[in-house]
Design a protein around this ligand. Structure first.
Ligand code: 1GP
Length: 251
């Protein structure tokens, strides 16, 4: 797989470098708030923007990404809830298969239907095993996916799911408690999954503090994704970015 961004994930993992991804929901990003977010992110050293969500109502993904691309060099990765969110303006596509669920549509069905369109987009594709973990409340992803999340205390299920995903050839594991989760994924689960797979691990859902971001990195997460908490207060980007980027230099 010749993919610059993915190679960067691997290089960083090998060096123990952790990354911060800010999740942008195009529905909520008006131009003023987006410009402010970009400015704060550049200053704080944010590594990636993820754009998308389980349910995007407006048709503004292209516009949102164009605004980001014309204002900064932070790479944009699509994190799509459905094929309709594919935008050729992004740098790469997290090509998600919901391997924690048993809904064939999100495992492979939608991929089949959209394959020609995705290929034609020319996007760098990063095959990603998507694990939804119970976040203590019904989240949009748990409702929309129509698939049971992994119970938050069943570390073994998460380990085996991630291992199977890696052996199937997926290149990243994304562990997600869902946007606005009441309970983020435990460090215990992250640590055990990280010990059992070699591919990079993205962790998100319900992370609201620099402390939790830091602890997740220490537990083995390679990329921390935060959306909701930043929508509420974009200024936390600075502190959270420092916590993530200090988690490896302080070791
Ligand atoms: C959701 O992992 C992301 O898919 C981020 O979650 O919005 O709760 O930060 P939050």
């Amino acid at each position: 797989m010749n993919n610059k961004l993915y190679n960067e994930f691997i290089e960083k993992k090998n060096k123990g470098i952790k990354s911060f991804a800010v999740l942008i929901d195009p529905d909520k990003a008006d131009e003023t708030s987006l410009n402010k977010l970009i400015d704060l992110s550049v200053k704080a050293g944010v590594d990636y923007f993820f754009v998308g969500g389980s349910l995007v109502v407006s048709n503004s993904t292209d516009e949102c990404i164009s605004t980001i691309k014309s204002n900064c060099d932070i790479p944009v990765l699509l994190f799509p809830g459905s094929p309709s969110q594919i935008s050729r303006y992004a740098d790469a596509l997290l090509y998600l298969s919901l391997i924690s669920g048993r809904n064939p549509e999100l495992l492979i069905g939608q991929h089949v239907i959209s394959a020609p369109m995705v290929k034609k987009s020319g996007l760098a594709i990063i095959p990603t095993g998507y694990l939804v973990i119970d976040g203590g409340a019904p989240t949009t992803v748990s409702y929309i996916s129509n698939a049971a999340p992994i119970p938050s205390d069943k570390d073994d299920i998460a380990i085996c799911t991630a291992m199977a995903g890696e052996m199937l050839g997926l290149k990243l594991i994304y562990m997600d408690a869902g946007s606005g989760a009441r309970i983020p994924i435990t460090e215990s689960m992250i640590e055990k999954v990280a010990k059992n797979v070699a591919i990079p691990i993205i962790v998100g859902g319900g992370i609201t503090t620099p402390e939790k971001a830091y602890l997740n990195c220490k537990a083995g997460a390679d990329v921390i994704v935060i959306g909701n908490a930043i929508e509420k207060d974009p200024t936390i980007i600075t502190e959270i970015s420092a916590a993530i980027h200090n988690s490896y230099s302080k070791a």
